[in-house]
Every structure is written in structure tokens, then in C-alpha cells.
Design a binder for this molecule. Sequence first.
Ligand SMILES: Nc1ncnc2c1ncn2[C@@H]1O[C@H](COP(=O)(O)OP(=O)(O)O)[C@@H](O)[C@H]1O
Ligand SMILES: [Mg+2]
Length: 275
Amino acid sequence: MMEVNKNQPDLLVQAFAHAAERRSVTSIENFIDAILWERPDLRKKIAKGKASVEREESANSAYVVFIGDEVFKAPKLKRDMEASASGDEYETVKKVNRNIIIAFEKEVEALQGLKGSSRLIPKVTYIGKGTLFFAMSRKPGVTYESLTAITPLTTEQKRTLARDLIDFIIHMALALPMENGRYAKHSDLHRRNILLDPKTKKLTAVIDFGRIFYFSRDKLGHVGIDEVITKMGEEEFARRKSDIPNPKQVKAKSLDASANYAKVAGSQKPFGGMQ
Ligand SMILES: Nc1ncnc2c1ncn2[C@@H]1O[C@H](COP(=O)(O)OP(=O)(O)O)[C@@H](O)[C@H]1O
Ligand SMILES: [Mg+2]
């Protein structure tokens, strides 16, 4: 049995304690104020007409603002619900807010863990000091949803996209640390979280890393963009799966290797009989 280390606060407490040191954003207006308060460089750029502030209205779980070549994101907490709720309801709302903050912290952590590893992934450019937000590089492209609203992709374009998404999934599984023999996966791969080049229709970015869950190797190949892409993705994954080591085989292989070592070394155990 593994003992719980009492000196190491659990992730929830850690995330919350960290978050508690910073104010949370309550409206898009006070978000913009908070960004500009911390980033005089942007205030200057805006004053000189070199950057402007754009609000992303479609985001629902977050406040999202574009300034220059950066995107600013802050968790949208259910503060109004917290204020009006009572008793059990209050506890539920508090839990919801706590989960939103954890997802936020995890998004930043994942993006930092992936930094520089793929052109498809935004880079963290700033983390809020007094207020709970972060900034990342603004990626080119438009969402799959808006790009395909009028003209759907052709079968060939879908095939290319399915390949690129599987490539991305494999890249991420290999780039982030495993948990209990399972691989990290962006578990929110939907039409508004992938960006495509409007001309070539090719994948330019994957965004929104707030939901990363862990899966066994066999369950990594699912992309939920549309039925055809999902099917193509699963076929592509079946071909590419062996790029990801199967943790069971890795274990079996190292056991084989130590059996060979024992053979070569005769009856002597390599580490003085350590079990
Ligand atoms: N790094 C980025 N580059 C370009 N656009 C982005 C970026 N991050 C977010 N966006 C835009 O903002 C929208 C909302 O951001 P997202 O991180 O998906 O927030 P939410 O968690 O609310 O879905 C995205 O659908 C996309 O249009
Ligand atoms: Mg999103």
C-alpha cells in the first residue's frame, strides 16, 4: 500500500490555494481592465494604434479577449449563483466553481508542458499576477464550425484533417507524462476547438486544453468532429497505433531484458539479491 504523503497537498487544494491569491474576473470589462493594468506594453501599443482589443463572444466557459497577437483567457465562475444559492445548493455551486478553476489551472499546466512541441499548439505568453487569467499566442485560422457552416469539407479534405488530428493526438500522448499507465488526451476536440486555414482547409491549431483526460492506448483514436471524420480518424489511428508504446508490452519487454541479463550473468543476481 502506498502511504499518503501528508506534506503534499492534494491537487484540488493546491489549485485552489494558488487561485485564491488572485482575483477572479467578473465581466469582460473588468477582464480588459485587469489585463491592461498588468500589461503597460499593451496599453502603449493600443495608444499608438498598433494593437486593438477584440472580444470573443462565442466563448461560454471563459472570458476570451484578443489583443495584438495574444489571446487572453480567464475562467468564468458562477459567482452570481454562489451569491443567491443557499444550503446544499451553495455547496454544489462552490464545487462547480472549484472545478472551473481546476480546469483553468490544468489548461495552463498542459500548455506549458507542451510548449514549443508543435506548431498547432498555442504558447503561453503571460500568466496573470493579481488576477486569474493567462495569455497565449493567437493562432491563425478559423474554427471548423464557422468555416464549414456554408461549404462542408470534401472527403479528401476530411481525410487530411482526420490524419492531422490523429497525428496531434499521438504527439500529445507522447509529449505529456502518463498517469497510471494511461495517456493524456485533449478530450474536447470539437468544432469550435480546432482551427483551419480558410484557403487550404488544413488544420492550423488545436485550442482549449481545459479538459485533458487519460486513456488506455486503444481508446485514444476518437475525434468527435463529425461522423465521417470520426470513422477516418479511427482507421488512421489503427494504422498508427504502434507509434505509441503499449505500457503492458513495455513492462513485458523490460522483464524479458532482465531475464536475458540473468542468463548472461549466470546465477549471480545483478543487484545483490534486491527484489
Ligand atoms: N490561441 C487562440 N488562437 C486563436 N483563437 C483562439 C485561441 N484561443 C481561443 N480562441 C478563440 O476563442 C474561442 C473560445 O476559446 P476557448 O479556449 O475554446 O474557450 P471556451 O473554453 O469557452 O470554449 C475559440 O473557439 C476560438 O475561436
Ligand atoms: Mg472552446
